[in-house]
Design a protein around this ligand. Sequence first.
Ligand code: NAD
Length: 393
Amino acid sequence: MSKTVLLLPGDGIGQEIIAEARKVLNWLNTQGAELTLEEGLIGGTAYDETGTPLPDETVTKAEAADAVLLGAVGGTKWETLDYSVRPERGLLGIRKALDLYCNLRPAKVHPQLADASTLKAEVVSGIDIMVVRELSSGIYFGEPKGVETLEDGTKRGYNTLTYKTGEIERIARSAFEAARKRGNKVCSVDKANVLETTELWREVVTNLHAAEYADVELSHQYVDNTAMQLIRDPKQFDVIVTTNMFGDILSDEASMLTGSIGMLPSASLGDGNALYEPIHGSAPDIAGKGVANPLATILSVAMMLKHSLDMPEMSDRIEQAVSDVLDVGLRTADIMEPGMTQVGTSVMGDAVMAALIGGPAFKAAAAPAVVPLAKPVKMKKKKMKKMKKKGKN
Ligand code: NAD
C-alpha cells in the first residue's frame, strides 16, 4: 500500500543532507516500497518565502503524511528576527501540531568510529543506548511560568514541572515496548528524592511495569547518578526513559559518547504521527560547502522504516550499508581519521547507494572502485584542527 513521506529540508545543510536521503528513498521505490515523496517548507527558508517559519500548508501536509523527514532549521541570517518567527519556532510548532510526545534518540557507537569519542574506546565501544524522552509536557510546558518583578524591585523567575498519570503512562509504555525489541531493560530516570512530580513519575512507571511489562527488567535512577553513570559505565544501559528536561540533557550527553553529531538519527512519535530528523542543527559554518555528513539523515530514514513504514528488513539493510561504507574507510570531515578516505556529502550518499545496491559485493571491492565519484574533499590541516577543537569529531 502506498505511503506518503513529507520531506522538509529546512535551512543550511538541511538541503544537502535531505538530497542524499532522497536517493535512498527513491531506491526503496525500486524495491517495491511505493513511497510518495512530497516536499514542504519550514524554518528560515519558509519565513523568507511566506513570512512564517511554519506555513499552514506544511502542517496540513505533515498531518496527512505517514511520516515526516526533516533536515534542520536555523541560521545566522534569521538570528535577529523576533522570537515568534525564528526558524526554531517552526520546529517546536510542528512537534506541537503533531502532538509528538515520544522522542527516541539512539546513541550507538559504530565500532569503526570508537576512537572518535572523547572517552576511551574500551568504555564506549559496543554501547547501544536508546534514550526515550517525554517531549510534550513537563517543565518546558507547565503553567504558570514567567518572570515577575517583586516589591523590592528585584525579579523572580518561575516554571512549573507537571506530569499527569496518562502522560507518564504513555511514555513509559513506549519505553517498555522499545525495550522488548532490544535488550529488554528499562532504566527510568527521575529525581524522586526531591521532586514530588517525579515521585509520581516513579510510582506510575512502577505500576505500569507490574501490570503489563513484568517481563522487562526495570530499574530506577536519580538523574544526577545517571549523568555520572553514562560517563562511568555507559554499557549498563539499554533503554533510558525520562522527563522532557532530563531527557534533553541526558540524550545530548549520551549522543556525545559516540563522538559524532553527524551520525545520530532521532524519531519523534505521537499517536499516528511521526517526525524523523538528525540530531544536529543546520551547521551554518559548513552549509553549501558539500562537506556535511549525511549519514545521520540516512539513518533517520532507517528509523522511519522501522517505526512508521513497517519495513524493518529495509531498515536493517540501510544500517548495514552505512556500516559497510564505514568499513571500507570512507569518511566525511567530521569523522575523518588518519588512513581513511575523506569524501563530501554527495559522494557519501552515493557510497551508501552503492553499498545498498551492491550488497556484500560492495565490501569485497576497493571503495574508490565501487564509488567512482569518490574524489576526496581536500581540507587544509588548519581547518581540520579547528573542527576537532570545536568538538566536531
Ligand atoms: P549544529 O548542530 O548545527 O552544529 C554544531 C557543529 O557540528 C558545527 O560546527 C557543525 O558544522 C557541526 N555539524 C553539525 N552537523 C553536521 C554534519 N551533519 N556533518 C558535519 N558537521 C556537522 O549546532 P549549532 O551550531 O549550535 O546551531 C546551528 C543552527 O542550527 C542554529 O540556528 C540552531 O538553532 C539550529 N539547530 C537546529 C536544530 C534542528 O533543526 N533540529 C538542532 C540544533 C540546532
